[in-house]
Ligand binder design. Sequence first.
Ligand SMILES: [Zn+2]
Length: 245
Amino acid sequence: MVVIVHSLAVSVEQLCARSQDAPSIDDLRPKFCAICGASCRDADGVLRIVGHGMYSRQVRGLSESTWVVIWVRRFICLACGHTLSRLPDWLHPWRWYAATAIIEALYRHCMLRQSAREIGVRFSRPEDESRWRSLDRWRVQLLVSPTLWGWLGPRLAITHPAPSREEAGSYVFRLLAEGLDRIRSGVDLLRELPSAVRATLKNLIHNRKKAGLITQFPPGHSSTSLPAQTGHALPTEKDSGRDPP
Ligand SMILES: [Zn+2]
């Protein structure tokens, strides 16, 4: 399965309730298949990339609530048989926490020097927990793990996990700078953070191992291509029995 991130400014409420004003299947339908490059319609105008239902996935870190369940639309390419999921750009594929929440937590921890407990409370974690393992994990995985902006690492000259909290802070800063084009002095980074994070995920195609920009597709138009990876146990699939990472 491949995930294609979209920037249709969908609110979490729209996706929770599958409401009327959520993006339509036609809005979300990819123009071409990210695996084989087939156009969404054949020469006769018949659809080749068709709706393939929705799946629910849980998201943490949004608003004050603990978990929210959103609906993700999925398509299947009739030419090659692969499925393509469409995720909003505030959500990181293969992570329980919203992308914006992950970066906000890291920003508060590594740049504002807030404690894990203090940040955890903001994200509805129990007040008596001083450790937050996800936060520790994000800190060492940021810009290195293929599922946590690892694809941007080489571009930002980052090749190894941040060895310290300070260094992780500089990683966060570089990621935000990437999303904002440049950081002007005096800008309130915490306020700009959601749009910066969304910009880093815009137009992204993701398959858990690799990510690339949709503008580099269809395959054959550039040297960047995604190997077809299927059959993984993906936490984004409906899987309510599993604990969050
Ligand atoms: Zn295809």
